[in-house]
Design a binder for this molecule. Structure first.
Ligand code: ADP
Length: 216
């Protein structure tokens, strides 16, 4: 199975992706996490892309498509893409490379839909575990002394730099709505839309029920 998941920043793509890979036994390719790892490793590419990611802009398609091509050498045809494609050009590249490599295409495309106000609230409060990538809301911790990851117990819970700046948040949200138009059109016969304003479990259930209807 090949799944891709779209949604504005804060829609819970990362959280739902982790639940989906566990349920359907898929490999995860999270482009955002890959980029953040490249940046924190401090190499040449990391230095080049750091400012763009931190300011909330998209990285050039050539860089991202190359990165995806490398990642696809590490998986068979059972994986979930979080953060790819983000525009029509990337979608065309994905169709082409999947046809070349597996003679197939993405079969499940999920779009998480979320109100902007909720997105902004979630991003302002989002904490990410640097070790296991678990995502939390700062509001779920009683006091700042107790910031420990509930999954791996790491104390390295931090805000993402692109969440710390309100203008970067707005830029990412508006860029998302510009690009999603052509993606909706491109995938219109296979798009599963899900209400992401609900809580994690409700969103998970809606996704799973739409996937199972789609697989029969
Ligand atoms: P979010 O969906 O919250 O913006 P991600 O972790 O998916 O977070 O992505 C973080 C940043 O990484 C984006 O703002 C962008 O700079 C970059 N990025 C991720 N995926 C892509 C992509 N497919 N094309 C270009 N840039 C990307």
């Amino acid at each position: 199975m090949i799944i891709t998941i779209f949604g504005p920043p804060g829609s819970g793509k990362g959280t739902q992706s982790n639940l989906l890979i566990a349920k359907y036994n898929l490999k995860l390719i999270s482009v955002g996490d890959l980029l953040r790892n490249i940046i924190s490793s401090g190499g040449e590419l990391g230095k080049k892309i750091k400012d763009t990611v931190e300011s909330g802009n998209l990285i050039q398609d050539e860089v991202i498509c190359e990165l995806l091509r490398d990642q696809l050498t590490l998986v068979d045809d059972n994986f979930l893409l979080d953060g790819f494609p983000r525009n029509l050009n990337q979608a065309l590249f994905l169709t082409r490379i999947l046809r070349e490599k597996y003679n197939r295409d993405v079969n499940i495309i999920i779009e998480l839909q979320l109100d902007d106000k909720i997105a902004i609230d979630r991003l302002k409060n989002r904490l990410v575990c640097l070790d296991c990538k678990g995502v939390y809301s700062a509001t779920s911790f009683k006091n700042d002394d107790n910031l420990v990851c509930m999954k791996c117990k790491s104390a390295r819970l931090e805000r993402r730099i692109d969440d710390s700046d309100l203008s970067a948040i707005h830029r990412r949200i508006s860029e998302y709505y510009i690009q999603i138009k052509s993606l909706r059109e491109y995938y219109k016969d296979r798009l599963l839309t899900v209400n992401a304003n609900l809580d994690v479990v409700q969103v998970k259930q809606e996704i799973e029920s739409k996937i199972s209807c789609n697989l029969v």
